[in-house]
Write a protein that binds this ligand. Structure first.
Ligand code: DON
Length: 303
């Protein structure tokens, strides 16, 4: 696989999307991102690392953190997690409340905000510090000791977090949170507000390409558990656009409103693309285009 050539082609296609989509502004601290930034990185399972554009520039990880909370909650706590959160696509926006009411406070999947709040709650019970567990895992796998929560972004999320607070209280009313709502929200905002780069994320996400094995060769989870996480990423990782993402890209992937998407080529590599302009579902226009280009030119997808 000629990754430098593929990354160059993906960057050209992504840069041609200039002007399409809008930078997220419902969290005010995200609105200042340079809309034309673009970066992309690949980490292969045999230890090679490639990047183009702003691949080492930090951006707000946002919902990509939900991949790591899920992995850590399953690794530390096992399958019991699925009693409190489902694994079906929601077909609704990531911050929607509607299904919770008829579905007894059990969110559809771990990647919509409601489901991520439940997973954060369980990780908080398991570790005593959910956001710290995510931060430490990202630091260890990426080898970047400076990676941390951006306090300004976390505060901005909290100050404008009525929707997430409503979701958390509703879930708590169904006894599906084990910790106080305020603590769950604090950890949720703190892991969403971690500043990280395409470089860090491909290294941290590589355990899913290595079927559950970490960078140091130890095992975070079994092969079968890694397969399951990749499956939920494919069906739910890009919200109500998961069908379109699977159609265009053909890889398990997780997006965030900071404009990043981390995708996995099982057995081969982790790939991350970043551009702050988002489509209506909250997925980066440039990142989806870049990943589409990479899998189309290389013929390398899960299908
Ligand atoms: O809770 C929120 O709304 C944000 N912290 C995360 C949302 C997000 O990244 C959805 N992704 N596309």
């Amino acid at each position: 696989m000629d990754y430098p050539r593929l990354l160059a082609a993906a960057e050209r296609a992504a840069r041609a999307t200039t002007g399409q989509g809008r930078v997220a502004d419902y969290i005010p601290a995200l609105a200042s991102a340079d809309p034309e930034s673009f970066g992309m990185a690949v980490a292969t399972v045999d230890g090679r690392l490639y990047g183009v554009g702003d691949w080492e520039r930090p951006f707000s990880v946002q919902s990509i953190s939900k991949l790591f909370t899920l992995a850590l909650a399953l690794a530390h706590g096992g399958d019991g997690l699925w009693q409190g959160v489902g694994r079906e696509p929601s077909g609704n926006p990531f911050n929607s409340l509607v299904q919770l009411e008829t579905e007894h406070g059990i969110p559809r999947n771990p990647f919509i905000n409601a489901g991520a709040l439940v997973v954060t709650d369980r990780l908080l019970s398991l570790t005593g510090d959910a956001a710290g567990a995510v931060r430490d895992f990202l630091r260890q796998e990426s080898g970047n000791p400076l990676l941390d929560t951006d306090a300004e972004v976390a505060a901005s999320e909290a100050a404008h977090g009525h929707r997430n607070a409503a979701l958390a209280h509703f879930i708590a009313s169904h006894d599906n949170l084990h910790n106080p709502v305020e603590a769950v929200l604090e950890h949720y905002y703190a892991h969403c507000a971690i500043a990280t780069s395409c470089r860090d994320l491909v290294l941290a996400g590589s355990f899913l390409a290595r079927h559950g094995a970490r960078a140091d060769g130890s095992r975070l989870m079994s092969r079968s558990e890694a397969k399951r996480i990749n499956s939920v990423l494919l069906t739910c990782g890009t919200y109500d656009a998961a069908g379109d993402f699977a159609y265009r890209v053909g890889l398990p992937g997780k997006s965030g409103v900071g404009g990043g998407i981390l995708a996995i080529i099982p057995g081969r590599a982790a790939v991350c693309a970043w551009g702050p302009r988002l489509d209506r579902a909250g997925n980066s226009v440039a990142a989806v285009t870049a990943l589409d280009t990479l899998t189309t030119l290389s013929g390398c997808s899960v299908f």
